[in-house]
Design a protein around this ligand. Structure first.
Ligand SMILES: Nc1ccn([C@@H]2O[C@H](COP(=O)(O)OP(=O)(O)OP(=O)(O)O)[C@@H](O)[C@H]2O)c(=O)n1
Length: 406
């Protein structure tokens, strides 16, 4: 089959393919961009595969970057776009990091496609939009099936992360995992123990952001992939209940994913922090999830204070409101944003007084001054004092005197 009118993302890449072909090599679009074009989904990166060796590719373009030359990948900069061009290759038994000594460059497209994970990811496309389908990827795409290319045991032994990827694509695309492939996940699950948590993390989050996240979680439970997921492996019983509760709305970002899990699993701040630490998450994400989860709890119990609104911030408030919706509660996004906008201040910088002004008014520098400023911030947010310099100065001096006398 041939795709007419390729999306705009392919235009410069088509020129790159033409250049390679004009020099006598084969070159194709491969991977996710072909799959997603056929599914009419947005395209992220356009990856190219070629029979030319990296050194040969480099000779053809003015601007190239050696992104992974030992694995056969050269990045070509063309009209301000970047394309990863990878020499056809086969790999044997790479587990976590692609080992150059296990990569063999080949001159055949078929050998390259054969070592790819799933049939829907093993499609190639010529510059003119003609699809090359050596492993029945098109019929699986039409039938919404995730199926390993060839023997699933081989594919999973080559890279155990593919077991997570199967579940991820199943949820992301709302596709069914073909039974033999699914059974092979259960058989090979222990191989996941060798995979770096950072890679598992990416797939797990994409899975929960997908169209069918509960089915994905259910598959992690039934195949026992879950046993190899840090911290969550201790929550099998609770997760069994989670998958039976409907998700009223798709989760929209990673903060929402972890907050939704935290609320479902009853995690408080210390548990969130240790779980996200085990999953090697950034401090920024951990802080966001801690705040959003606390806000969701307060929302559900209907006692979200102004101070909590203030501390959570506008973006995280929307995340909290959306997680509450996903949990089946009414949408409070607009009401919360309005309450937030009406707060007298939105950060410490908005306070009509600062430390220097307090010192000039006779208050001694030191930790007590910091406490005093925090207390003024609290009072302004709570609405018990106006955000007005004179009033704040008077209140500060009064509170500082009262402390001294005490
Ligand atoms: N463990 C892996 C990872 C990738 N691939 C192959 O490399 C391609 C590109 O991989 P990647 O960019 O990780 O995924 P995409 O399929 O492009 O999907 P997405 O960008 O949505 O993650 C895949 O389509 C697949 O053919 C594979 O066979 N095994």
């Amino acid at each position: 089959m041939r795709i007419e009118n390729l999306p705009a993302a392919f235009v410069d890449a088509q020129r790159v393919l033409q250049v390679i072909e004009q020099h006598g090599y084969e070159a194709y679009f491969v991977g996710g961009s072909v799959r997603d074009t056929l599914l009419h989904l947005p395209i992220h990166d356009v990856d190219l595969a070629t029979s030319a060796y990296p050194a040969e590719v480099k000779q053809l373009f003015a601007c190239t970057i050696d992104t992974g030359i030992e694995h056969g990948t050269v990045t070509v900069r063309y009209h301000r776009h970047s394309f990863e061009i990878t020499t056809f290759r086969t790999e044997s038994g790479y587990q976590d990091y692609r080992r150059p000594d296990q990569v063999t460059f080949v001159r055949s497209l078929q050998a390259d496609l054969m070592r790819r994970d799933f049939t829907v990811n093993a499609l190639a496309m010529r510059e003119n939009g003609e699809v090359i389908d050596l492993f029945h990827g098109l019929s699986d795409l039409q039938a919404h099936i995730i199926r390993a290319v060839g023997d699933p045991d081989h594919r999973f032994r080559e890279d155990a992360l593919r077991m997570m990827r199967a579940v991820r694509f199943g949820s992301q695309l709302d596709f069914t995992i073909e039974p033999v492939t699914l059974a092979a996940i259960q058989t090979n699950r222990a191989l996941l123990a060798k995979i770096a948590i950072e890679r598992i993390h990416v797939e797990f989050v994409k899975m929960l952001l997908g169209l069918a996240p509960l089915r994905g979680l259910q598959q992690m439970l039934t195949t026992h992939l879950l046993d190899y997921l840090p911290v969550l492996n201790q929550f099998g019983k609770q997760l069994t209940e989670v998958v039976n509760r409907p998700l009223a709305q798709q989760l929209a970002n990673e903060t929402q994913v972890w907050s939704w899990l935290a609320v479902n699993l009853g995690w408080e701040a210390p548990q969130i922090q240790s779980a996200l630490h085990a999953w090697k998450s950034s401090k920024q994400l951990t802080l966001a999830v801690t705040k959003v989860t606390a806000a969701v709890h307060a929302l559900l119990e209907q006692h979200l204070t102004n101070w909590q609104l203030y501390q959570t911030g506008a973006v995280r408030l929307t995340d909290a409101a959306q997680v509450a919706v996903a949990l089946g509660h009414p949408d409070q996004t607009t009401a919360l944003q309005q309450r937030y906008q009406e707060l007298p201040i939105h950060s410490k910088h908005d306070l009509a007084i600062n430390g220097n002004q307090l010192i000039q008014s006779g208050i001694k520098p030191g930790p007590a001054l910091g406490h005093l400023l925090n207390s003024l911030e609290h009072q302004v947010v709570a609405g018990t004092i106006a955000n007005e310099t004179k009033q704040l100065l008077a209140a500060a001096n009064q509170q500082s005197e009262a402390k001294k006398a005490w």
